[in-house]
Design a protein around this ligand. Structure first.
Ligand code: FE
Length: 232
């Protein structure tokens, strides 16, 4: 497998490039519009064909490159059915299996940060978007967020993966790049160490987080795959 973890400094967003060695087919998870040229260069350099762009959810903090990549390279955009992005080429639900060449990717519905959040499982690793962060989790006070639902998603859909599964999150603000399911089960300060559901909900309710900087631009754009509504 070809694998690259890319980072957008402005929004601390991780984007993942996954490629099949044999077929040269590739996908990007959570691309960022301002990084379009980087992706095109990298795909060319690695001799890869971009088939899909996967979103873990409709983001409030950056604009996706899905629409631009579709226009430029012909890739298909993938989001969860409940994400509210009617522009997508493929709307997925829990347990859908996606193939990128020889790579088998399983969709797990992990709502709570938003109602349309998913995680993508690929062999020894999981891409968790904002559902599970390294030592944290996504906020639950916008976009149909629900702390109880997030608790259920993390404990039932993610903490049930093999303990040594690598956790690749959608963001990190502290320089971390990767974790494991075991590390989050034991050490995650919000939900690890057998935190009870009601205590997790209380922790999430007490968080005082600023209004997201880019939400008013990012949300409507991302519901159109990152493009202006009239350009679709
Ligand atoms: Fe988010």
């Amino acid at each position: 497998m070809i694998f690259r973890q890319l980072f957008d400094l402005e929004t601390s967003t991780y984007t993942y490039l996954l490629g099949c060695e044999r077929t040269r087919r590739a996908c990007l998870i959570d691309s960022v519009a301002s990084e379009l040229a980087t992706y095109v260069d990298l795909l060319n350099k690695l001799n890869l064909n971009l088939i899909f762009t996967f979103e873990t959810h409709v983001h409030a903090d950056h604009i996706t490159a899905a629409g631009l990549l579709r226009q430029t390279l012909g890739s298909k955009s993938v989001v969860h059915r409940d994400a509210g992005a009617k522009c997508a080429d493929l709307l997925v639900t829990d347990q859908v299996l996606l193939q990128v060449g020889d790579l088998d990717i399983e969709v797990r519905h992990t709502p709570g940060h938003t109602n349309g959040c998913v995680s993508y499982v690929l062999s020894d690793r999981v891409f968790t978007g904002d559902s599970l962060l390294i030592g944290g989790c996504g906020r639950t006070d916008f976009q149909q967020g629900d702390a109880g639902q997030l608790y259920d998603s993390i404990t039932r859909q993610l903490f049930t993966l093999p303990a040594d599964t690598l956790v690749y999150p959608g963001h990190d603000y502290n320089g971390n790049t990767v974790s494991t399911i075991k590390q989050e089960i034991t050490k995650n300060p919000r939900i690890g160490n057998a935190r009870k559901r009601e205590d997790f909900i209380a922790i999430m309710q007490e968080l005082k987080i600023a209004y997201p900087r880019f939400i008013d631009q990012a949300l409507p754009a991302n519901q159109c795959c990152g493009l202006a509504a009239d350009s679709l």
